[in-house]
Design a binder for this molecule. Structure first.
Ligand SMILES: *Cc1c(COP(=O)(O)O)cnc(C)c1O
Length: 403
């Protein structure tokens, strides 16, 4: 049996994971973040909050999601036994609902009346609007005007769910600008408003809070694989955008030093082209959205516009805990290019009848390279972070589907 080493838990009291994390925000937000941290510490660990959250995750969000033995993929790759953690089957089609239901429930306990969020492709906006509707709170979502034009379906979904979508016209009119506007709103309305950040990025306490809420993925997977195989897995693979689905799967396994953790980033058109979203592979230490972490920047320290065929991996930063785990050598990170992710989308669709999100397809693509090199008795768990229906337009643009 694998052994777990206990270590002091991170982040520290100041919100740091080693040299990463912290609260790099305007003075006016420090007290709001501290109030949120106090509220989180007071409420989230109590049996009554945990019980209520479990109720909504099970009866509303569709948890536990299955851990599915991918028998055709396993036979085809001639290596390790492959298991898929099916976050694509969660309500709204991805893991994001785990975090938004939990944060909006917390906001309700903190007596907030209004929910705000930022969104890029619209997936987090939809998951937040869903949770706000569930708990009957007002919801406003900031979204870059360019993204609004690119993601019309998700804009309509948010509006149908009763949320107001606020266009952002500053900067590149994409995710990072929407996040800046959401922070500005929060500064002025912090008394009444909770800001739901969609990943393990942003200032303390968000990286810790979102990690804890997403850890339900890893906790379930751990119980499921032990039940199915009688032991823990050898390798865990997940895609990394901001880092929430990956840390959610990895977190309960971090103490088991002989379990390999693999994060797969957006290689875009190739690292050498500069057109990618691989902050852990090619980023440098800097501050983005209130947190010290690895970010993509040019020689003048300006944020580089990232690129990925998958909107969810198209982010110039990454959660501080992932930067820490990478530097500590605990997390291995590999980039996967756009075209490999597209091929993996076709592969999983035809091999297992599962159309993965383009983000998740990055993890599948890496597994297709790696699983054949592993012994037959080893066990691999891949997080299928979401379903691919949302990506059909992009898939159609790139792949000839045939008759
Ligand atoms: C948003 C999203 C991601 C990327 O975000 P993380 O915080 O890195 O998990 C990955 N997969 C899907 C399906 C998403 O919607």
């Amino acid at each position: 049996m694998k052994k777990s080493e206990s270590k002091k838990s991170l982040p520290d009291a100041r919100g740091y994971f080693g040299e990463y994390g912290g609260m790099f925000v305007p003075e006016t937000l420090i007290s709001a973040l501290q109030e949120l941290e106090r509220g989180y510490n007071r409420i989230a660990g109590t049996p009554s909050f945990q019980k209520e959250l479990r109720y909504y995750l099970e009866h509303y969000a569709g948890r536990p999601t299955p851990l599915y033995f991918a028998s055709r993929m396993t036979a085809d790759l001639h290596g390790a036994r492959v298991y898929l953690k099916r976050e694509d089957l969660a309500h709204t089609g991805a893991h994001k609902i785990n975090n938004t239901v939990a944060q909006v429930l917390l906001a309700k306990k903190l007596r907030k009346k209004r929910i705000i969020a930022e969104t890029g492709a619209g997936q987090h906006g939809v998951a937040t609007a869903t949770a706000a509707a569930l708990f009957g709170l007002e919801c406003e979502v900031y979204m870059g005007d360019l993204d609004i034009k690119r993601q019309a379906l998700n804009v309509d979904r948010m509006r149908l769910l009763g949320a107001k979508v606020i266009p952002v016209y500053s900067g590149s009119m994409t995710l990072k600008d929407a996040m800046n506007e959401a922070i500005r709103d929060w500064v002025t309305n912090v008394e009444t408003t909770h800001y739901v950040i969609g990943s393990v990025a942003g200032p303390h306490p968000y990286p810790r809070m979102v990690r804890d809420f997403q850890s339900v993925i890893g906790k379930e997977a751990k119980g499921q694989i032990v039940k199915l195989e009688g032991r823990l897995p050898d390798v865990l693979i997940a895609c990394v955008g901001g880092g929430s689905n990956s840390i959610g799967l990895f977190y309960p396994f971090i103490g088991y030093k002989d379990i390999e953790l693999v994060g797969v980033e957006a290689g875009g058109l190739g690292i050498e082209t500069g057109r990618h979203g691989a902050s852990l592979t090619a980023g440098e230490k800097g501050v983005l959205h209130g947190s010290m972490t690895k970010i993509l920047m040019d020689r003048d320290g300006q944020i580089i516009n990232p690129h990925s065929v998958s909107a969810g991996l198209d982010y110039p930063g990454v959660g501080p805990e992932l930067s820490y785990l990478k530097d500590a050598g605990r997390l291995k990170v590999y980039p996967v290019k756009d075209d490999e992710a597209l091929s993996a989308t076709v592969y999983l669709s035809r091999k297992e009848g599962i159309i993965p999100a383009l983000e998740s397809a990055h993890a599948i693509a890496f597994a297709m390279r790696y699983v054949p090199k592993l012994p037959k008795r080893s066990l691999v768990v891949i997080n299928v972070s979401g379903r691919g229906d949302k990506d059909m337009d992009i898939i159609r643009e790139h792949i000839k589907l045939g008759g």
